[in-house]
Design a protein. Structure first.
Ligand code: SIN
Ligand code: FE2
Length: 207
């Protein structure tokens, strides 16, 4: 296993499911075009672009990281959470509350994601469910402290990783994309190598 508490489901989504999800993402981007987040304080742009669907979306700008109900550029509410994602969440996590946010990360060939903890959710009991589409990536994961040892493995198109239990607050990131390892995105997103979707429950039930 990758790290204790995490679940890795290689090839969980078949090619037809993957194509359907790419089409779903394409539709999401019509209403909610990818934006370039910047680091709090420094304003340094991320190498990934992002969008969201669901009642809440994760954003980062000079003032910080947060969830908000509207797209940071066009001010529109995020597109609603598609039933296929609600179903995947229910089937795989069994969590008693539905996900409120699906963050969509778009990786160009040279994009990466530094080690971080998904820590902006009030509900830390809920898992985070992560779906990989397109080119493979070298995914790195460690412990709950920044200095803990890490290990890396390849996540491929159709793979699902679930961070739950003691891995929920584990440091993780993407070292690099393995270019041209998939043709899934060639038609719909010719400039994008990899798409990652992460489903999150944000608020705690009743507060
Ligand atoms: C993330 O941690 O937000 C992205 C992880 C991934 O792209 O696999
Ligand atoms: Fe993350």
């Amino acid at each position: 296993m990758i790290v204790s508490g995490a679940r890795y489901l290689p090839g969980y989504l078949n090619p037809a499911d993957q194509k359907m999800l790419v089409e779903m993402v394409r539709e999401i981007t019509i209403e909610a075009p990818p934006f370039t987040p910047v680091m709090p304080r420094t304003g340094k742009p991320f190498s990934v672009t992002m969008t969201n669907c669901g009642a809440l979306g994760w954003v980062s700008d000079r003032t910080g990281y947060r969830y908000q109900t509207h797209h940071p550029d066009n001010g529109a509410p995020w597109p609603s959470m598609p039933p296929i994602l609600l179903n995947l969440w229910q089937t795989l996590t069994g969590y008693d509350q539905p996900p409120e946010a699906c963050l969509v990360n778009f990786y160009a060939a040279m994009a990466r994601m530094g080690l971080h903890v998904d820590g902006d959710e009030a509900d830390r009991a809920a898992p985070v469910l992560s779906i990989s589409l397109g080119d493979a990536a070298l995914f790195r994961i460690g412990g709950t402290k920044r200095g803990d040892p890490t290990s890396s493995f390849r996540v491929q198109t159709g793979d699902i990783v679930i961070l739950e239990n003691e891995s929920r607050l584990a440091y993780h990131g993407v070292d690099r994309i393995i270019s041209a390892s998939s043709t899934l995105l060639a038609r719909s997103f010719p400039d994008i190598s990899r798409i990652n979707l992460t489903l999150r429950r944000v608020t705690r039930p009743g507060g």
